[in-house]
Write a protein that binds this ligand. Structure first.
Ligand SMILES: NC(=O)c1ccc[n+]([C@@H]2O[C@H](COP(=O)([O-])OP(=O)(O)OC[C@H]3O[C@@H](n4cnc5c(N)ncnc54)[C@H](OP(=O)(O)O)[C@@H]3O)[C@@H](O)[C@H]2O)c1
Length: 263
């Protein structure tokens, strides 16, 4: 299938590792001009090198702490200087702190608010005028299966990703007339450093080993496995594509069937 997005410009946030990096690789395979950012220069240099080895070209990259609005302004400004526009925006972020309600203080709530919700709001606000001008745009937010089925010890993720979902649905209604679609990809268990962090945390609480926790996750899944970052990257590339042009305001679960509800 030809996704018809060759030469489109894409900014993927929090993309030095895991799902963000996989999305960058998929979009580069589709011929997009890709910019990535994350908070750590060494991670970005390593990621850019890996991506070049896989795709044959290096993404444009910038250091950006997505919790910081000045960094976000600066990043979008640099991408515009480099590419002239942003056609595809993938709003990804690091996972918010895990924990039950009684373990999360105000500082953690405020961090997660900036990290998950406000980073999405701020990048979207800055990218939308370019999409409007071109009468074409794709905004894809990486959320979580927690928006369909909250995870007990992830109260920050459950709360703010639901806010992102409502935000996405709202602006999808408002900006559809400009050829802009806004969708979410909700990953299930995906083998990245985030999942390792969650498995370690759960292992501490249950007395199991992290490997046992990961193996329990796999066996609880209808497909009997944990997903890969490439599984999410492929879904993001599809939603970014011209072929997904009549698809907006949805949350696409990529979870191997983990969520058992029918909607
Ligand atoms: N993996 C799963 O099973 C799963 C399931 C559901 C939802 N999710 C969600 O999907 C998102 C991506 O997950 P992942 O598994 O790919 O995580 P990951 O492998 O841990 O990658 C997280 C990325 O976020 C970047 N990052 C962290 N803090 C940042 C900051 N302040 N500013 C800019 N970049 C920052 C990291 O780069 P630097 O360290 O270089 O900054 C890294 O590139 C997360 O929000 C996660 O909660 C993941």
């Amino acid at each position: 299938m030809d996704f018809k997005i060759k030469n489109k410009t894409a900014l993927i946030t929090a993309a030095s590792q895991g799902i963000g990096k996989a999305a960058a690789i998929e979009l580069m395979h589709e011929g997009c001009r890709v910019a990535i950012c994350s908070s750590n220069r060494e991670n970005l240099i390593k990621a850019a090198d890996e991506i070049k080895n896989i795709t044959g070209s290096e993404p444009f990259w910038m250091v950006c702490d997505i919790n910081n609005s000045a960094d976000i302004n600066n990043t979008v400004e640099k991408v515009i200087e480099q590419f002239g526009s942003i056609d595809i925006l993938v709003n990804n972020c690091g996972g918010p702190a895990p924990g039950f309600f009684d373990e999360i203080n105000d500082e953690k709530w405020e961090d997660a608010y900036n990290q998950v919700l406000m980073s999405t709001v701020r990048f979207t606000r800055l990218a939308l005028p370019y999409m409007k001008k071109n009468n074409w745009g794709r905004i894809i937010n990486v959320t979580s299966l927690s928006v369909k089925q909250p995870v007990d010890n992830l109260i920050l993720s459950n709360s703010f990703r639901s806010a992102v979902t409502a935000f996405a649905k709202t602006i999808s209604q408002q900006y559809g007339k400009f050829g802009i679609t806004v969708n979410n990809v909700a990953p299930g268990f995906i083998r990245t450093s985030r999942l390792d962090e969650l498995a370690n945390k759960r292992a501490e609480k249950t007395g199991k080993t992290p490997d046992e926790i990961l193996s329990d996750m796999a066996s609880s899944n209808p497909l009997q496995k944990i997903g890969s970052p490439e599984d999410i990257g492929a879904a993001i590339a599809f939603l970014a594509s011209e072929r997904a042009n009549y698809l907006t305001g949805v949350t696409l679960q990529v979870d191997g069937g983990q969520i058992k509800s029918t909607y």
